[in-house]
Design a protein around this ligand. Structure first.
Ligand code: ARG
Length: 610
C-alpha cells in the first residue's frame, strides 16, 4: 500500500535521484522534534562520496531541487548538513482525508506482509484450571499481535496450545473419582477442580509421610530398639497400612489408563476439557479474542515416539543408563534437558517439538511466534535449538514475544500463596462494575441497558490497554484509578475522545451543512491532527515488524491528545464559516474512524456514546 507519507518520501527520493544523488547514498530520516520539517536527508555520506562539504551539498541540492506537479513536498530547505523537507499541507490534508474516507475500517492496513504465513501460539491455558495472569497477558498481547500482523497483510494462524496432557491429569481423575465431580459453573467450576486437585495432593503427601514413618519404625525394630520392640503389633499394622495401594498409585494408574485410551478415563478427561474451553470461551468473547485452532498438547501424543526416535537417530539426543532420553550441550550455556523420563513418560518439551514438526508440515509457516512470559525463555531457547539441530525448522523464523509480570495496586507480585492472585472472570467483572460507576457519572442520561454496554466496552478496554500500552517486557500494575482515568493514558480517555467526535458528527447531521472547504484547515492544531492520521499506516508497519501493540497504543494516545487540542482551539459546530465547519466535521469524522481502527487492533471497542 502507498499512503500519503509513502508518496511524500518517494517524491523526495525521486527529486534526489534527479539531482544526481546515487540511490545507495539516499537515506531519509525523521528530523528531531524541534526542527520545523517533516523529513530530512542528512548529506554526510553523499558529501563524502562526492568530495564536498555537507553544508555545501545541502545548499546546492536545495537550490536546484525540482518539485514535481502534484507533489506532497511543500518546501525544501538546507539547514547545515541537512536537507529538510516540509509537507504541502493543503495536499496532505486532501490526500489523508480522501484515504481515510475511501478505506474506512481498513485505513492503516497494508499488504507489505503478503506472502508471510505466521503461526501465533498464544493464550494456552491449562485444563481444569483457571487462567492465571500469565495466560491473561498471553491472551491479550497474542490477540493484538495477531490483529496487527493480519492488518500488515500476513496470513496468520492462531493456535491455542492447551495444557491438556501430562502426569497431573491422573491425579485430577483420581481426585474426581474420590470426591465426585464439581457442580459449579463458570470459572468457579475450574476453581473447584483446582481445589480437588489440591486436596488430593494433600492425601498423596499424607500417604508419603505415613510410609516414611512406617519405614522409620520398621528400621528401629530391625535394630532391636526397645521402644519399637514394645510396640511391635502397632508397627506391623502401620507397615501393612503403608504398603496398601495409596492415592499416588491411583493417580499413576489413572494417568496410565488415560494414555491407553480407557473409556472411563477418556470420558472424564474430555468433559474436563469441554468445561474448561466453555468457561474460557466466554471470557475470550468478552475480550474480543478468537483463536483459530486449539489442538492442545494431547493431540501430539501419537507423534512423540517418532520425534524421540528421530532425535536419537540424528545423534542430537542419547539414552542414558537409566533409560531417559537426554539432550546435552546443544549450544554453549544451554542447560541439559530431557525428551523422555526414565519411566518412559514424555514431557512438555517433547510435545512442543512435535508441535513444531506438525505445524511445519501442516501449515508451512514462514514464522512461528510464541507469546509467552519471560519465565519460559529458557524452555523456548532449548526448544528452538533442538528443532534446529534435528532439522525441523531450518528456514523458519522462531520468535519469542516475551512479557513481564503483573503486580497489584500496591506493587506486590500476585501469588496464590499470598492470596492476591487475580483471575480473569472477577477481573473483568470488577472492571465492568468500576466502569459502570464512571459511565453513570459521565452519561447518566443514557438508558441503563446502553450504560451496561458502554461499561463493558470501557471496563474491558481499560484492562486490555493496561496490558498493551507499554513494552510487553515491562511489568504491569493493576491500578484501577489509572486504568480508568478519563484524563490520562488510558483506554477510557481514548474511547471518550472518539465518542466526542461521534456526538459532534451526530449533532451536525441533524441540519444541512455547506460544502466543505478543506483548504481552510490551516490552524496548527488541525494540521497536527491531520499529520497524526497520516502516521497510522507507519505505526501499523512498525507494530507488525516489532510485534509491538504499544506502538499502536502510543499512536492512539497521541491522536487523542491532538484531538483534544483541536477541540480546545477550533470550534467545530460553531466554526466561523459554514465551509470551515463542514471541513472540520470531515476531519473529526476521519479522526473517529482512524482511532476506531487503531483501537480495533488492540481489541478495544469504541462506543458510540459515553
Ligand atoms: N500451557 C502452558 C503454560 O501454562 C503454556 C504453553 C505455551 N505454548 C507452548 N507452545 N509451549 O505454561
Amino acid at each position: 500500500m502507498h499512503y500519503s507519507l509513502d508518496r511524500f518520501e518517494a517524491h523526495i527520493r525521486d527529486g534526489l535521484l534527479a539531482a544526481g544523488v546515487p540511490a545507495e547514498l539516499i537515506e531519509i530520516v525523521a528530523p528531531k522534534p524541534n526542527i520545523p520539517a517533516d523529513l530530512a536527508f542528512p548529506t554526510f555520506r553523499a558529501a563524502r562520496a562526492l568530495g564536498v562539504a555537507p553544508p555545501a551539498l545541502a545548499q546546492r541540492l536545495a537550490d536546484g531541487f525540482v518539485v514535481g506537479g502534484g507533489s506532497l513536498i511543500g518546501a525544501v530547505h538546507a539547514a547545515g548538513p541537512f536537507l529538510n523537507f516540509s509537507l504541502d499541507q493543503a495536499r496532505l490534508t486532501a490526500t489523508v482525508l480522501d484515504e481515510v474516507t475511501r478505506l474506512g475500517g481498513t485505513y492503516g492496513h497494508d499488504d507489505a506482509g503478503a506472502g508471510e504465513v505466521i503461526v501465533v501460539d498464544y493464550s494456552a491455558p491449562n485444563i481444569a484450571k483457571r487462567m492465571h495472569v500469565g495466560h491473561i497477558r498471553s491472551t491479550i498481547i497474542g490477540q493484538s499481535v495477531v490483529n496487527i500482523l493480519r492488518a500488515y497483510g500476513c496470513r496468520v494462524i492462531g493456535d491455542n496450545h492447551l495444557g491438556d496432557w501430562g502426569k497431573q491429569f491422573g491425579a485430577i481423575i483420581a481426585a474426581v473419582m474420590h470426591y465426585g465431580e464439581p457442580a459449579e459453573h463458570g470459572e468457579a467450576a475450574l476453581a473447584a477442580f483446582e481445589e480437588l486437585y489440591t486436596r488430593y495432593s494433600a492425601l498423596i503427601k499424607h500417604d508419603r509421610e505415613l510410609r516414611d514413618e512406617a519405614e522409620r519404625w520398621r528400621r528401629r525394630l530391625e535394630e532391636g530398639d526397645a521402644e519399637a520392640l514394645e510396640r511391635r503389633d502397632w508397627i506391623s499394622a502401620l507397615v501393612a497400612q503403608a504398603a496398601e495401594p495409596n492415592h499416588d498409585d491411583q493417580a499413576r494408574a489413572w494417568s496410565l489408563r488415560l494414555e491407553r485410551g480407557d473409556p472411563q478415563a477418556r470420558a472424564l478427561w474430555q468433559r474436563t476439557i469441554d468445561l474448561t474451553i466453555e468457561v474460557n470461551d466466554r471470557l475470550y468473547r468478552r475480550l474480543g479474542v478468537r483463536i483459530d485452532h486449539a489442538y492442545g498438547e494431547s493431540f501430539y501424543e501419537p507423534m512423540l515416539a517418532a520425534v524421540i526416535d528421530e532425535a536419537l537417530a540424528k545423534g542430537v539426543a542419547y539414552r542414558d543408563d537409566a533409560g531417559a532420553v537426554v539432550v546435552d550441550e546443544l549450544e554453549p550455556n544451554l542447560p541439559t534437558f530431557l525428551l523422555q523420563r526414565s519411566d518412559g513418560g514424555t514431557l512438555y518439551m517433547t510435545r512442543d517439538v512435535a508441535t513444531i514438526q506438525f505445524r511445519v508440515r501442516q501449515m508451512q509457516p514462514t514464522r512461528i511466534v510464541y507469546v509467552l512470559g519471560i519465565p519460559q525463555e529458557l524452555h523456548l531457547r532449548q526448544l528452538f535449538a533442538l528443532v534446529r539441530a534435528v532439522g525441523y525448522a531450518t528456514d523458519i523464523e522462531l520468535v519469542h514475544v516475551k512479557f513481564g509480570t503483573v503486580f497489584d495496586q500496591h506493587g506486590q507480585a500476585l501469588s496464590t500463596r499470598r492470596g492476591n492472585m487475580v483471575y480473569l472472570e472477577p477481573l473483568l467483572d470488577e472492571a465492568h462494575a468500576r466502569a459502570l460507576a464512571v459511565v453513570r457519572q459521565s452519561s447518566g442520561e443514557l438508558d441503563p441497558a446502553e450504560q451496561e454496554e458502554i461499561a463493558e466496552a470501557v471496563g474491558i478496554g481499560a484492562v486490555i490497554y493496561n496490558d498493551l500500552y507499554q513494552d510487553p517486557r515491562r511489568d504491569i500494575r493493576l491500578d484501577w484509578d489509572r486504568m480508568l482515568a478519563l484524563d490520562g493514558n488510558s483506554a477510557p480517555y481514548i474511547q471518550y475522545m472518539v465518542a466526542r467526535c461521534r456526538s459532534i458528527v451526530r449533532r451536525a447531521a441533524a441540519e444541512p451543512g455547506a460544502v466543505a472547504d478543506i483548504s481552510q484547515l490551516t490552524h496548527p492544531s488541525e494540521l497536527a491532527v491531520i499529520k497524526q492520521l497520516a502516521r497510522l499506516p507507519r505505526a501499523v508497519r512498525e507494530a507488525a515488524q516489532r510485534y509491538a501493540p504499544f506502538v499502536i497504543a502510543e499512536w492512539c494516545y497521541d491522536t487523542a491528545r491532538a484531538l483534544s487540542a483541536l477541540y480546545r482551539d477550533c470550534p467545530v459546530l460553531r466554526a466561523e464559516q459554514p465551509e470551515l465547519r463542514s471541513a472540520r466535521l470531515q476531519l473529526v469524522a476521519a479522526t473517529a474512524q482512524a482511532l476506531t481502527n487503531g483501537l480495533a487492533l488492540l481489541c478495544i471497542r469504541a462506543p458510540q456514546r459515553m
